[in-house]
Design a protein around this ligand. Structure first.
Ligand code: 5GP
Length: 175
């Protein structure tokens, strides 16, 4: 089955928007600094690009959860694959997600991380697909709102491929 990738959001637009998000975070956290939690693997590019544009004190940690198999639909069951290395108590945390789809992953993360008593906890997502939401999650910083399409690039994969594309693309399949 042949795969096609059509550009949905070009590289320069992604970069510009992440810059705007960083500016907002720089202003809102100017007096505190921020502890970024990158949700592996999809958020790695978003995290790097955003972190490079932050001028406030930044610390970072990494967590990995899984809710997808090799296909394009969420199973709804979220599993912790790799936990944080450091406690987040008294820290001003921003969780960085590549994309919010059903909302299961962020719902799980919010519940899990709130119990660790951070000073504050906010959520940032490069992409939001609100049409597919089945849980009520509030995203504090959203890059782009997109239609219900399966996207790849900027860290996001299809079957572990295409994460390295510098733009956001929509994947389609020929029969
Ligand atoms: P949710 O739990 O909100 O349904 O899904 C969140 C996770 O599913 C994302 O972090 C991402 O790993 C994956 N996901 C959701 N939609 C897409 C998509 O369009 N493309 C890719 N590559 N992954 C997606």
């Amino acid at each position: 089955m042949a795969e096609h990738i059509d550009v949905l959001i070009p590289e320069d637009e992604v970069e510009r928007r992440i810059g705007e998000m960083a500016e907002q975070i720089n202003m809102e956290y100017a007096d505190r600094g921020v502890h970024l939690i990158c949700i592996l693997k999809g958020s790695i590019f978003f995290t790097c690009e955003l972190a490079k544009k932050l001028t406030i004190p930044v610390t970072m940690d990494f967590m990995s959860v899984s809710s997808y198999g090799a296909g394009t639909r969420s199973s709804g069951v979220v599993r912790l694959v790799k936990d944080l290395d450091e406690p987040i108590e008294h820290k001003n945390v921003i969780v960085l997600e590549d994309i919010v789809d059903s909302g299961h992953t962020l719902h799980y993360l919010l519940h899990n991380l709130t119990q660790r008593n951070p000073e504050s906890l906010k959520l940032a997502a490069l992409l939001d697909k609100p049409d597919r939401r089945v849980t009520d999650v509030h995203v504090d910083y959203t890059g782009f709102t997109i239609p219900d399409k399966f996207v790849v690039g900027c860290g996001m994969d299809y079957d572990q491929r295409y994460r390295n594309l510098p733009y956001i693309g929509v994947i389609s399949f020929d029969d």
